[in-house]
Design a protein around this ligand. Structure first.
Ligand code: UN1
Length: 509
């Protein structure tokens, strides 16, 4: 199904300007790069990119601001994050519109992304009163051993187009509560939502009297990211993107003994066992595989189905896929919006062609929609491909709605197939067999940072830590105790006796 006619680029331009105006942001016009919309695939505005002097000034200013911010009591820092959360709530609809215009997300998912930002702000406000350290029993009389946590410094956030605002907020809300300052280089594909978020944080800082330079936004290309990566004033580089990008960022930051928090590619799978509730499984699979047009790092890319139920499940999925409404993401009826670019569509078609050459069979989808009305946009039909083995194409992440279906006979075989990819972000099992579910979650089961039962691989809540293993990079962001990555622990030994006792019974003097 293709939903109603697309809005015009002019409509989208006006709508974007209205949203920005309501948020209080202006478009920095210039000749640097184009803001565009995947809805029509056309250009919206030409924007100024940050210059080398802007980058240097931002690095110096955020470092300077850190020196005062780190001594501001954490619950006071939390007030800034609370105000940011309130402003995000007030402007939820405008922010969601900007996300739809620039990233092509359907309305419900764009609103969900803003909700995720509000949620992490609330989490970080609470966190600002919970930056706990431990007290440890000392082996020496009259001594106390304690662990204290301190702000780290400037945090460089490099974010991707697909969660253009939420990933920034996971990092920024937590970093600010922890006493760090933030310098942000968003994707070149999503400058407008970045300007809106930056403006709201600026307003929050003005209102609560926080230093203006606790955060800076730098719009522009890869060279800006490289400056952040290489500058010793940036204590932590939190980067979200491809494994290829992480492979460059990791060693460069390590070479200067900086820290990284990497959130890279995923190749997430769901195991569907014979006992699974198929109604539940079909819903969970379709959302995880076709939702966000397959452009989440948590998107379901591989289905590992028990041979006995494979045909039944596949038949249900193909019929659901054939009915997916594809088109204008602002249309309430649409479930699948555009891919970010025609290059993404080419990559999708290339992967499908390569896997077909390896014996893969397309069961449904794979075509292009709206090519006549919007030749520069990339509306893709989510595709299901049945494969006999996990070939090199299946083992790589293609950032598009391709679902590969594999079959298994034994649980051990399913887990082995599941883990036999280079990435380790998210995973799930659909089963009513408790033993099987627990084994999947145990250390002999899924090797991912996220492992679910009877829900899909995507759509994690902010309360848990988010991230994955292997080529996904090992970072953890968002909830739980992910905050520790944004602080440095110090171990303190305090002698309150009148004797100098040495540890390990050493005597000296
Ligand atoms: C991402 O795709 O980079 O779990 C983040 C999810 C979302 C976050 C995805 N809460 O799908």
């Amino acid at each position: 199904m293709t939903t109603a006619a697309l809005p015009t680029t002019e409509d989208l331009r006006t709508r974007a300007l209205t949203c920005l105006e309501r948020v209080g942001a202006t478009v920095p016009e210039g000749t640097g790069f184009q803001a565009r919309t995947p809805i029509t695939g056309e250009d919206l505005f030409r924007l100024a990119a940050a210059t080398e002097a802007d980058v240097e000034e931002a690095l110096a200013a955020t470092r300077e601001a850190f020196l005062t911010w780190r001594t501001t009591p954490a619950p006071r820092r939390g007030e800034l994050v609370r105000r940011l959360g309130e402003l995000l709530r007030d402007h939820k609809s405008d922010l969601a519109d900007l996300i739809t215009i620039e990233a092509g997300k359907i309305r419900s998912e764009a609103l969900g992304e803003v909700q995720e930002m509000i949620d992490i702000c609330e989490f970080a406000v609470g966190l600002s009163r919970q930056l706990y350290g431990r007290t440890i029993a000392s082996e020496r009389p009259g001594h106390r051993l304690a662990e204290t946590w301190h702000p780290l410094g400037v945090v460089g956030v490099i974010s991707a187009f697909n969660f253009p605002a939420a990933v920034w907020s996971w990092n920024t809300a937590v970093a600010l509560a922890c006493g760090d300052t933030v310098i942000w280089k968003p994707s070149e594909l999503t400058p407008l939502i970045s300007l809106a978020c930056d403006r709201l944080l600026d307003r929050a800082a003005e209102e609560v009297g926080a230093p203006r330079d606790v955060h800076r936004l730098l719009l522009g290309d890869r060279a800006i990211g490289e400056r952040i990566v290489d500058d010793p004033r940036v204590a932590l580089v939190s980067a979200t993107g491809s494994t290829r990008m992480g492979r460059e960022v990791g060693p460069r930051v390590a070479a200067r003994f900086g820290r990284t928090l990497l959130e890279l590619g995923g190749n997430n799978a769901a195991v569907v066992a014979p006992s699974a509730d198929l109604d539940l499984a079909v819903q969970g699979i379709v959302f995880a595989a076709a939702g966000t047009a397959g452009q989440r790092c948590t998107t379901l890319r591989r289905l590992i189905v028990h041979r006995d139920i494979a045909d039944t499940l596949v038949a249900r999925l193909t019929s659901a896929y054939a009915k997916l409404p594809i088109g204008d993401p602002f249309d309430e009826g649409t479930l699948v919006g555009p891919l970010i670019s025609t290059a993404a569509l080419d990559a999708m078609h290339d992967s499908v062609a390569r896997v077909q050459a390896q014996g893969g069979k397309v069961l449904v989808g794979g075509g292009r929609r709206l090519a006549d009305t919007a030749p520069r946009a990339a509306y893709a039909e989510p595709v299901i491909v049945r494969v006999d083995e996990q070939t090199d194409v299946v083992r790589e992440e293609t950032f598009a709605p391709i679902l590969y279906v594999l079959t298994y006979d034994t649980f051990e075989e399913a887990v082995a197939l599941h883990n036999d990819v280079p990435q380790g972000l998210s995973s799930s099992i659909f089963t009513r067999d408790q033993q099987e579910a627990e084994r999947f979650l145990s250390s002999e089961g899924s090797d991912c940072g996220i492992a679910n039962v009877n829900i899909g691989t995507s759509g994690a809540e902010i309360g848990g830590a988010f991230g994955g293993e292997k080529e996904t990079g090992g970072g953890r962001e968002s909830g739980s105790d992910a905050w520790r990555a944004y602080m440095r622990p110090a171990t303190n030994t305090i002698n309150y006796s009148s004797h100098l006792a040495l540890a390990q019974n050493v005597s000296f003097l």
